[in-house]
Design a protein around this ligand. Structure first.
Ligand SMILES: [Zn+2]
Ligand SMILES: [Zn+2]
Length: 393
């Protein structure tokens, strides 16, 4: 890549501010769709570095860097929301908001993208085309990506490629993880109410016991993965909640079950849904009960585009070295709303190492590792530079 030395200097200059902003956001976490302070901070910083910034999707921000010459458009996306949990990390910049913390590293993602924006804003001469900076609210189940897309972030100008990163404690800081194809799962959800008939616990013959039916449903739907789906296709059916009953001698009227169904392909996803509805209805009917089934379509499978992964691989090998670029052997059945962008525009999400030996994502001791900032900024800015230098195909 041309301009590597200039890029490295620009990233080194952006690094101290990125770290300070990261600590500021970490100290002041805001959960989904309440990212008012974070959003204002992002807009203010973009204006300071001469990047036009506009609100979108409520608390989201869209920034635009136009290169000196015309060309394609690449979008870089960071999520900004925190989680509703109490931090126990004990770091100096720990959350000052009770019950909220950045346990998924989105403070780091936001800081990396601001750092990349600063580096790229100083290199407009090297850019043929446009960089869109997408600071997204509400990744953790709040519908942020869908509203960003509805807000028009992928059009005018049309985005040719979109990239994102996610903190990954299982890789060391300085490393990245890549994988083409499906990387994260579809995340459908269910809520089933088993309707029986209540009565005395001593007279089950006069009742329809929804607790027994719920137990049989929990057991029967485990047959979906083991007996109905292709054994070589990953899938998970998890019941995460079961509620019913008030006393030891009362058979209740209803029991409610809820959970999640994860797959890595549209075909398996559809097959799992069909089997779920059939089995739950059938088990309820076999026991004289009825099942009211809410089966909600969640996020689609996150599928990384091969060309986008190839771009990230070559940038990673150039800027970080061959040993720092790991091919991720396996996908994960976690979910990501970045999948919604990837369903419309080719792109990829990569894993940014934040280890070693640090607490897991979504754990109360988690803190994004500052040693990973430089790698994240280099990768985002470097990929944008390379994509716009070569132009879209
Ligand atoms: Zn998360
Ligand atoms: Zn996350």
């Amino acid at each position: 890549m041309r301009d590597v030395a200039i890029l490295r200097r620009a990233v080194a200059r952006a690094l101290p501010t990125a770290a300070a902003i990261r600590h500021d956001i970490h100290r002041n976490p805001e959960t989904a769709n309440e990212e008012h302070r974070t959003s204002a901070l992002v807009r203010e910083r973009l204006e300071q570095i001469g990047v036009a910034a506009h609100p979108v999707a409520g608390t989201g921000v869209r920034g635009v860097i136009r290169g000196a010459r015309p060309g394609g458009t690449i979008a870089l996306r960071a999520d900004m929301d925190a989680l509703p949990m109490q931090e126990t990390s004990g770091v100096p910049h720990a959350s000052e908001v009770p019950g909220k913390m950045h346990a998924c590293g989105h403070d780091g993602h936001t800081a990396c993208l601001l750092g990349a924006a600063e580096a790229l804003a100083g290199m407009r001469e090297a850019l043929a085309g446009t960089v869109k900076l997408l600071f997204q609210p509400a990744e953790e189940g709040g519908g942020g990506a869908a509203r960003m897309i509805d807000g028009g972030v992928l059009t005018d100008p049309t985005v040719d490629m979109i990239l994102a990163l996610h903190a990954w404690p299982e890789l060391d800081a300085g490393e990245i993880g890549l994988r083409a194809g499906p990387v994260l799962a579809s995340t459908d959800g269910f809520r089933v109410t088993i309707q029986g008939r209540s009565g005395h616990g001593a007279h089950p013959d006069q009742c329809v016991d929804p607790i027994l039916v719920a137990a049989r449903v929990v057991e029967a739907i485990q047959g979906i993965v083991s007996r109905e789906l292709d054994p070589l296709e990953p899938a998970v059916v998890t019941v995460g909640g079961i509620h019913g009953g008030t006393a030891s001698n009362i058979i209740p009227d209803t029991v409610t079950l809820r959970g999640t169904v994860r797959t890595l392909s549209p075909a398996t996803r559809a097959q799992a849904r069909e089997a779920f509805l059939r089995i739950v209805r059938g088990v309820a009917e076999a026991h004289r009960a009825t099942a009211d089934i809410g089966y909600s379509e969640g996020l689609p499978v996150t599928v990384n585009d091969e060309r986008a992964v190839a771009l990230l691989r070559s940038v990673g090998e150039d800027l970080l070295g061959r040993d720092a670029v790991t091919e991720m052997r396996r996908p994960s059945l976690g979910g990501e709303d970045f999948s919604l962008y990837l369903a419309r525009v080719p792109g990829a999400i990569f894993r940014l190492g934040t280890g070693p030996g640090r607490p897991a994502l979504h754990s109360s001791g988690f803190d994004f590792n500052d040693d990973a900032l430089e790698t994240g900024i280099l990768m985002l800015a470097g990929a944008a530079l390379k994509f716009l230098a070569s132009g879209p195909e």
